[in-house]
Write a protein that binds this ligand. Sequence first.
Ligand code: ZN
Length: 314
Amino acid sequence: MEYAIGVDIGGTKIHFAAVDREGRIVDSHRVPSEAQLGADHVMSVVLKGVDATIKRLPSGAIATGIGVGSAGQINFETGTVEYAGSQLPGWTGTPITRILKEKFHLPAYADNDVNAIAVAEQMYGAGRGMNSFIVVALGTGIGGAIVEAGRVVRGALGCAGELGHVSVDFNGPTCENCGNNGCVELYASGSGIARIGRKIIAEGGGAVPWQPDSKEIAQAWLQGERYASQVMDIAIRALAAAIAGYIHMCNPQAVILGGGVSEAGAPFLNALDQEIKSRTSAAVRSAYRLLPAYVGNDAGVIGAAGQVWLYENG
Ligand SMILES: [Zn+2]
């Protein structure tokens, strides 16, 4: 039996798993990233976790390769971190795949964490059988991935698909991450929804310092609370405007949405889809479907490992 070793590197946790060709996890564990201790420390945590995962494989099983999904912008061709922000201090420039290959003598791949989620959805999830789709990952920020002709679109340095930094208001507030104004991330990410929530509560003379997070706001929206419907109306219109832009640009078969307020389920997806439809021209509108991400909480590590199977023949 062959297994791919998947590693999903985030700012707070690193998730390791042995995953088979069908995307089934046989062994999985998470450890703190301890990112504040620097890149060398994070890399040593990665090496230890991979080593432990290989040693725990069922008897007679072999590790075929190692696949990494990491926060930040990763150059897939070189397997090196192109840029990582404050989530992983010092991570920029780390030659992830070179270090893994030297230590384990196995094929190794590294990509951005949302690109890894796109691989999981393509191989095992909502994007199965599709050549052209977009993944929108709602979290503290908004991440994205574009799959075209069955391959993740990477651009010049592996940084393509930064869908959270598409502006939906050129007069909007300045985005600290990129310098543009009115990035969709400022309205529809977890932190964006919480920010607008605070503003609307304060304007309404509401209880301060009550500061609901985006999940509480989504719950309140489902229960029909007025402040929450004002907040979610802004979030949904901003996200729909951005997604309509992606749809006009890429003419995808699907837009796959996961994380954050998308966990509010069908009411959210339906409201968003209605708004997207009102903002797209007939031809592209008829081609796409808005789908919830399928693979779930382990998508990052399953997709990271999935690279080993997807790219083993080039
Ligand atoms: Zn931005």
